[in-house]
Design a protein around this ligand. Sequence first.
Ligand SMILES: *[C@@H]1O[C@H](CO)[C@@H](O)[C@H](O)[C@H]1NC(C)=O
Ligand SMILES: CC(=O)N[C@H]1CO[C@H](CO)[C@@H](O)[C@@H]1O
Length: 352
Amino acid sequence: MLLKIKHILWLICIYQTTTESVSSTLLMMRPVSGLLSGKVTLPCYFSINPTVGPRNRNASGTDYLRIKWTKIEGGVESTVLVTQNGVIKIGSGYRSRVSVQSHPEDIGDASLTVVKLRASDAGTYRCEVMFGIEDTQDTVNLNVEGVVFHYRSKVSRYIMNYAQAVQACSDVGATIATAEQLRAAHEDGFDQCDAGWIADQTVRYPITRPRPGCFGNLPGKPGVRSYGKRRPTETFDVYCYVDKLEGNVFFAPTMRKMTLDEAKAECESMNAELASPGQLHAAWRQGLDRCDYGWLSDGSARHPVSIPRSQCGGGLLGVRTMYRYRNQTGFPDPNMRLGAYCFKGKDFTLNS
Ligand SMILES: *[C@@H]1O[C@H](CO)[C@@H](O)[C@H](O)[C@H]1NC(C)=O
Ligand SMILES: CC(=O)N[C@H]1CO[C@H](CO)[C@@H](O)[C@@H]1O
């Protein structure tokens, strides 16, 4: 971290000594956080009162204004939005999701608003503004928090009515997902061939790899399938949503394999508790990667894969669930010996 800051400060020095004639700003990267399917504004400001030199005016007498937002990924910059004298161009993948103020030159504000946020929007963005004689650039990091996951009752498939589905998400440290959250997760590649309750009392499932048996109302096409609004007494699985993790999830550092009760005691011996499925999914989103199944607070056993490997989860990303039966139902026998995922809250005080 310190190295990074040093590097940036060093850049600022170089930049200022080599570009004396142009007044410029290059500020330090600041992270901005948004939530899945939510809205965020990436700040970028420029001076509307240049102090040096004649202003660079067009025939019409107005200052030439160009705003360019790009995303930097692996050293490659891709266009997010460019606006030049009132003409606006938007990169694919950002259509109807990004905008800037309609008259940025009046207030010196070239900030970018992004809506319907996806997890894949996270990363580094650069804004470049040319206005009159001014040439401003700035870089900002965006974090996107929030993850949608499928949840099935420990008893069997498709046995929760709407009220039980809402309760099930709450019991595992999450809330029932909204249709917007499921759509954003689908755009990031979420694929699950199981019908689940959504907050608006519809039943849906996200398919990115269309295949027989999962076509629903969209034969052959990727997209979120919908059964429409259902009676609250009908029974399905559920899609839950969890935003941020207020603490730490870790795999219990012991070589011992444990029953569910032993796993619980092991976490407690470290002033922690068994993590909930919601906490494990939030930790997975933050990069937790582990190939060992571990017990969780609801009595399920799962493990997070955030680095694809063929020998772990078949090269797929996500949180893998261990089922008792081949038809993917039932939680494992509590006497089975596994690892444990523990959770320790941020404000947890050690009272030994
Ligand atoms: C899944 O398999 C188990 C054991 O074979 C069986 O008892 C159960 O009824 C099956 N559940 C479903 C939903 O097919
Ligand atoms: C001097 C100057 O900035 N000229 C600009 C006037 O506007 C056109 C586009 O309408 C720009 O291409 C010029 O660079």
